[in-house]
Design a protein around this ligand. Structure first.
Ligand SMILES: Cc1ncc(COP(=O)(O)O)c(C=O)c1O
Length: 415
């Protein structure tokens, strides 16, 4: 057994695909400490700087005082405490849906809900760049699975025609993300809604990287496009812009009742700690406030600055995902072509490198210069499409963003 792992680990190392943990000695924030070195952190999904916010900390501490640490049992046994229900009511109100259900993570939300929605007689149509949680959940459901090329509405339509021809009467679930986690681009939601209506399919939208960033009060892409009522299953996580932890599904009362009865990751797992629910509730309340909206707008300014500086240094066009925002760029998508440089699309900036070792080398060089930017490799992204994934938060200062861009410029220029 040991030999087997040794061989496999050797193979991973030889392909520059091995991974390691780094110990962070501080709270999350724009600056963190690794091995006693301060680094500017461009790696986290704490887009609004809430992970170490006093509002969330105080809410968690107060909940520990009132409700203790552990939830004691699964939600359906005796684990449903007041903070869980308060959070679900607030999430539903914030997202503008009839009801909401929380899970211990976004991964658990996907894994519990997709197999509850479709079975082996049904069909799942999944965007090629969907997150692992959605892929794993679709596979677990046992449904017939078809993947459509990323954001390719024409191909999705032909899949739907095929399904309706070959599998008439079956339930069809289209699954996609609002903002793609490793590319930072958006789904063409309006076209997807048209198709789901035309072919009588269900639409599930993972808003993990959109909530807190996009839409009024950070409600996400469906809210921004005024399409909330047309998305049957709105998934999200409280582990990114909301600064806490846990996943959620928002939708109709029937959907949520069904998940309470059928989502196995919800039923057969201890409820999340009440303090985490209380912290997430504080984040939802903050986002719903005018101060929260100001914070989101500040994030928009930081994203805009990042794009402008990259383009002014001429980094963006050739190597960065930001290049795809220019109409006519080879990598541009129909959705991206509509974007203009004045509109921040997401907080995720992929610096496409290609070769796995080259991405690791670039990340290491940036670390030497004091920047933490992760190298993202297979299997998170396709082989040969390794990249640096830069994430911008509202907590970054302008000069921090400018110095990162300059460092990237210096390193990529000399290549
Ligand atoms: C698009 C997407 N969906 C779901 C998840 C899972 O969320 P969580 O981290 O809360 O498990 C992630 C997080 O990595 C994600 O990027």
């Amino acid at each position: 057994m040991q030999d087997l792992f040794e061989e496999q680990l050797k193979a991973l190392r030889a392909a520059s695909l091995d991974r390691h943990l780094s110990e962070i000695g501080t709270a999350q924030g724009p600056e963190i400490e690794i091995a006693a070195r301060r680094l500017l952190n461009f790696s986290s999904n704490d887009y609004l700087g809430l992970a170490n916010d006093s509002r969330l900390r105080e809410a968690a501490i107060a909940a520990v005082g009132e409700f203790g640490v552990g939830a004691g049992a699964s939600r359906l046994i005796s684990g449903t405490q007041s903070p869980h229900l308060r959070l679900e009511r607030a999430l539903a109100e914030w997202k503008g849906t009839a009801a909401a259900l929380c899970f211990s993570s976004g991964y658990a939300a996907a894994l519990g809900s997709i197999p509850a929605l479709v079975t082996k007689n049904d069909v799942v149509l999944l965007d090629k760049l969907c997150h692992a949680s959605l892929i794993d959940a679709a596979k677990l459901s046992g449904a017939i699975l078809r993947v459509f090329p990323h954001n390719n509405v024409r191909k999705l339509k032909s899949h739907l025609e095929w399904v309706r021809r070959e599998y008439a009467g079956r339930r069809v679930l289209i699954v996609t993300e609002s903002v793609f986690s490793m590319d930072g681009d958006r789904a063409p939601l309006r076209e997807l809604v048209q198709l789901k209506k035309q072919f009588d399919a269900l639409l599930m939208l993972d808003e993990a990287h959109a909530v807190g960033v996009i839409g009024p009060h950070g409600r996400g892409l469906a809210a921004e496009e005024n399409l909330s009522d047309d998305v049957d299953v709105q998934m999200g996580t409280m582990s990114k812009a909301l600064g806490a932890s846990g996943g959620y599904i928002c939708g109709s009362h029937d959907l949520i009742d069904w998940l309470i009865n059928r989502a196995r990751s919800f039923i057969y797992s201890t409820a999340p700690p009440p303090a985490i629910a209380a912290a997430a509730l504080a984040a939802v309340n903050f986002l719903s406030s005018s101060e929260g909206e100001e914070r989101r707008l500040l994030l928009g300014e930081r994203i805009r600055l990042m794009r402008e500086v990259l383009l002014s240094l001429d980094v963006g066009r050739s190597t960065l995902g930001v290049g795809r925002l220019d109409a006519g760029s080879k990598r541009s998508t129909p959705n991206a072509q509509r974007s203009t440089l004045n509109v921040p699309t997401s907080a995720i900036f992929p610096l496409l490198v290609g070769d796995e070792q080259a991405a690791l080398d670039l990340a290491a060089a940036l670390k030497t210069e004091g920047f933490l930017v992760p190298a993202i490799r297979y299997p998170t992204v396709a082989k040969g499409s390794a990249r640096l994934r830069v994430t911008i938060t509202s907590a970054h200062q302008e000069d921090q963003i400018r110095s990162l861009c300059q460092a990237i410029r210096n390193m990529t220029k000399s290549k």
